[in-house]
Design a protein around this ligand. Structure first.
Ligand code: AMP
Length: 301
């Protein structure tokens, strides 16, 4: 049985930050998510790449133990995203989005993957997210991410999808744009009324805040000396969060709170280097050591 299924983008990213520039490196919401989650649980990817996608990247994902049965290779070019960050690293400026093979992609969930325990609808066209959700038996937990590109371009499709989602994980700018409201507390109420019982808002270097039915829980960002490239931080947060939960037998408030810390830890590693570089040689011991430091940061006797 599949533990954690993710649909999202597998991409070649070109990124410029004040600390450097890299072209055509491994990126995509599903790649970052699955890599982070692979430290905690078994994860399977549904996505598509083009003929130009390097074998090297597939080898890396496989070496992390990620199941790629649902990753198609199609004629055409891989999804490409180009983004830039200013010194204020909190928000990416999208320079170009080329959907390429994603434009005509109709995901087919393999028969063996149709009863996942948990499902993550990583950032991609909400119509593709919906197609995957409709092909699986209702998982224990369905979480979803999205971005301005889809909030602006496919709002009705996104709102329809949200009715069937348990947890929405988005950044503060996206949350405000989705609800059309500057106040995050009232934003949370509006989004919760649209479907998800839990809303997790990522606020970059200010941390993450979780609104559940009648409670709020906040976690700061782990203070880092070096932040080189924020790309993928959100997906790695979601990967750590969902991956940790998938490894637990019970779903309760304490599990969700710990998952917020593991998510924060994975996001913090992602931003220390460009692309997936820091995640290429990360160990579970390093993750657990940072988790302990992170707890101490916020502990009050
Ligand atoms: P984040 O965690 O928000 O920094 O996500 C960054 C990743 O999202 C990059 O690796 C991009 O390839 C991917 N991405 C950017 N725009 C889109 C889009 N419109 N749809 C799907 N994935 C995207």
């Amino acid at each position: 049985m599949v533990k954690l299924l993710v649909v999202g983008s597998v991409a070649l990213d070109s990124v410029k930050t004040p600390f450097g520039q890299e072209d055509d490196v491994l990126g995509g919401s599903a790649s970052f998510f699955a890599t982070a989650a692979s430290y905690f649980t078994e994860v399977s990817v549904i996505a598509v790449v083009g003929e130009d996608f390097p074998e090297l990247h597939l080898a890396f994902l496989r070496q992390r133990g990620i199941d790629l049965t649902g990753l198609e290779r199609r004629p055409g070019k891989t999804f490409r995203w180009r983004g830039e960050y200013s010194y204020q690293l909190n928000e990416a400026k999208t320079i170009a989005t080329h959907l390429n093979v994603f434009e005509t992609f109709r995901p087919v969930v393999p028969e063996s993957h149709r009863e996942p325990e948990m499902l993550f609808l990583a950032n991609i066209d909400p119509e593709l997210q919906r197609t995957v959700l409709e092909q699986v038996r209702r998982p224990r937990l369905v979480a979803c991410d999205t971005m301005n590109f889809w909030i602006d371009g496919k709002r009705p499709e996104l709102l329809r999808l949200l009715k069937d989602v348990d947890i929405l994980i988005i950044n503060d700018g996206e949350a405000r744009a989705l609800a059309g409201d500057p106040n995050l507390v009232t934003v949370a109420r509006t989004i919760q009324a649209a479907g998800p019982t839990t809303l997790i808002i990522k606020r970059g270097e200010y941390g993450v805040i979780m609104f559940s039915k009648d409670r709020v829980f906040a976690v700061p960002a782990f203070p880092l000396e070096q932040v080189k490239d924020p790309t993928g931080a959100g997906d790695c947060f979601a990967g750590g969060f969902m991956g940790y939960i998938a490894g637990q037998t019970e779903l309760n408030r304490e599990v969700f709170k710990r998952a917020m810390f593991y998510g924060g830890v994975m996001g913090s590693f992602a931003v220390e280097r460009f692309g997936t570089e820091r995640l290429q040689n990360l160990t579970r011991e390093e993750i657990d050591a940072r988790f302990q430091l992170f707890r101490e940061l916020t502990h009050l006797e």
